[in-house]
Design a protein around this ligand. Structure first.
Ligand code: HEM
Length: 217
């Protein structure tokens, strides 16, 4: 229900300002556009797999949530290990508590920790961060659709609702950091590879879960 307090959810973090190094500002004008173009078909695939209409069916929706939980259980420590100096920043932006809240509320067990491909460099980790931070934008569309099925942020759809009204600000902060960190072509190329791999890994997990028989009620 809109406007009601959400005391049990994590609060929007008061994040430290992004540190932009002057030497990183001159290489490329639009790394985000490059990342977006490089991953568009991968986004289309995951969008089709998740299937906005089917997400309104409880069984399908729960499987999607469990896959995200499995994925994030492996992904968050891997990214923190690849970007140790950014670990507090990353931790403050974690939306996994929302997901765990949803699973608990809907009475579904957490997913098993997924085994993920290595992130071979800091730039690769930033490419992967792009995917998961960007996914919060699509969360607005997903959240609206779930609301139509009675799933509001307090009723099992907290993850896709995410930071709610602060979503835009959170994305702009992430975008500024990504643009700074991925301003040079070598870094951006590594980030694009990792971003595609991140989409593909999550898609593979979703596909596997969709092909498994639904557990008996
Ligand atoms: C039903 C599934 C999905 C739908 C309907 C959807 C929809 C959208 C929409 C509408 C946008 C544009 C939002 C804007 O510009 O304000 C977007 C952007 C994006 N989404 Fe999704 N999305 C879905 C799933 C995902 C998933 C699972 C991921 C990754 C794990 C993801 C990653 C991204 C990224 C990286 C962007 C681009 C951010 C940018 O470069 O501007 N999306 N999505």
């Amino acid at each position: 229900m809109t406007g009601s307090p959400r005391p049990v959810f994590p609060t929007v973090p008061d994040l430290p300002p992004a540190v932009l190094l002057p030497s990183q500002s001159a290489c490329l004008a639009a790394p985000l556009s490059v990342l977006r173009a490089a991953t568009r078909p991968h986004h289309d695939r995951i969008d089709a797999l998740m299937n906005l209409r089917r997400m309104r069916q409880p069984g399908h929706y729960l499987r999607v949530l469990q896959v995200f939980d499995s994925f994030l259980a492996g992904w968050e420590p891997a990214v923190a290990a690849a970007l140790p100096e950014r670990a507090p920043w990353l931790r403050a932006r974690s939306r996994r508590p929302f997901l765990q809240q949803d699973l608990q509320l809907l009475g579904a067990p957490a997913g098993e920790t997924a085994v993920l491909p290595a992130l071979p460099s800091g730039a690769a980790a930033w490419g992967s961060v792009y995917v998961m931070e960007g996914s919060a934008l699509g969360g607005a569309t997903i959240s609206r659709s779930l609301a139509g099925a009675g799933l509001g942020p307090e009723r099992g759809a907290a993850y896709f609702h995410g930071w709610g009204e602060a979503r835009g600000r959170m994305w702009r902060e992430a975008r500024d950091v990504l643009e700074s960190e991925l301003a040079c072509p070598e870094a951006l190329a590594q980030a694009c590879d990792a971003a595609r791999a991140t989409f593909d890994t999550l898609s593979a997990l979703l596909e596997k879960a969709m092909n498994e028989r639904a557990p008996a009620a």
